[in-house]
Design a protein around this ligand. Structure first.
Ligand SMILES: Nc1ncnc2c1ncn2[C@@H]1O[C@H](COP(=O)(O)OP(=O)(O)OP(=O)(O)O)[C@@H](O)[C@H]1O
Ligand SMILES: Cc1ncsc1CCO
Ligand SMILES: [Mg+2]
Length: 269
């Protein structure tokens, strides 16, 4: 079973690299530069396009859209909604990253609007996913205060209610489509010590769903595995969070299919 999952993820990794998908990213000010570098190193082609004057038009031509609510303002929200509507109309998959959506009234309202636009994949940390399913989370701002295991029930419920793939990230990631579920191990304890690592991952999920839009569950698993494998590799040479950032980008760039397959730790539940 694990072998099947790993070989599917590895095949999607090779396809993503060969395809160099155009990924429309609407992400936050903190993440924009690092996320774009992560996508380029991984083999995708990111474009950060947020203003409503052009976001709808762009979403229709990109392979996938990703929307991250990290640093919100009304003009950006208009751009997010226009882009998600256009992605839906064009049959393009889109990924929602509900950063700290529970923290303020404004964020809660915006995330409720975005959920109505049927994201293909929702990717968040454990606190974000627990709160999105209506539970009480221990999250503080953008950082998770809950273990992933505690969010697994919430993720399944949210996936079923939204008819979406839900990915919960942390020490061991969890992915479900409401019926199937896997855990993905790997990565490094330095990953939550670098801002925007999750935001960059959301962009990479976009790259994978762009090349496998009818396999959003498998594509999400492949993206998270790509991060886990490159993170394990980077931890061998990093001295701390700052050097990890560069080692991780280098690791994504130098990764080959054999190492991907040999290092992948995906467990079906
Ligand atoms: N303790 C850990 N050990 C290994 N990998 C981790 C750990 N914590 C997080 N990760 C990895 O870091 C990446 C980002 O996940 P995380 O849950 O930290 O996102 P996030 O909280 O949304 O981040 P941000 O909002 O700062 O961008 C994922 O690939 C996840 O597997
Ligand atoms: C630190 C931070 N603040 C708003 S978005 C963001 C990036 C991590 O989610
Ligand atoms: Mg986040």
């Amino acid at each position: 079973m694990t072998t099947d999952l790993s070989s599917t993820a590895t095949a999607l990794f090779e396809k993503m690299r060969a395809t160099n998908p155009l990924v429309h990213c609407i992400t936050n000010y903190v993440a924009m530069n690092y996320a774009a570098n992560v996508l380029l190193a991984a083999g995708a082609s990111p474009a950060m396009v947020h203003t409503p004057e052009e976001s709808g038009e762009f979403a229709a031509i990109a392979g996938a859209l990703t929307v991250n609510i990290g640093t919100l303002s009304p003009h950006w929200v208009e751009g997010m909604i226009a882009a998600a509507q256009s992605a839906n109309a064009a049959g393009k998959p889109w990924v929602l990253d509900p950063v700290a959506h529970f923290a303020t009234r404004y964020r809660r309202d915006v995330v409720a609007e975005l959920l109505k636009l049927n994201p293909t994949v929702i990717r968040g940390n454990a606190s974000e996913i627990i709160a999105l399913a209506g539970g009480q989370s221990a999250g503080q701002g953008v950082d998770s205060g809950d273990p992933v295991e505690q969010a697994e029930g919430a993720a399944r419920a949210l996936a079923t209610a939204q008819k979406a793939v839900v990915a919960v990230t942390g020490e061991i990631d969890f992915v479900t489509d409401g019926t199937r579920a896997v855990r993905i191990a790997g990565g490094s304890p330095l990953m939550p010590k670098i801002t925007a690592m999750g935001c960059a991952l959301t962009g990479l999920v976009g790259a994978y769903v762009a090349i496998a839009k009818d396999q959003a569950f498998e594509a999400t698993i492949a993206a998270l595995t790509n991060f886990a494998v490159a993170g394990s590799f980077a931890s061998q040479s990093a001295n701390g969070p700052a050097s990890f950032m560069t080692a991780f980008v280098d690791g994504l760039h130098s990764l080959d299919a054999t190492t991907f397959n040999d290092t992948a730790r995906i467990e079906a539940l």
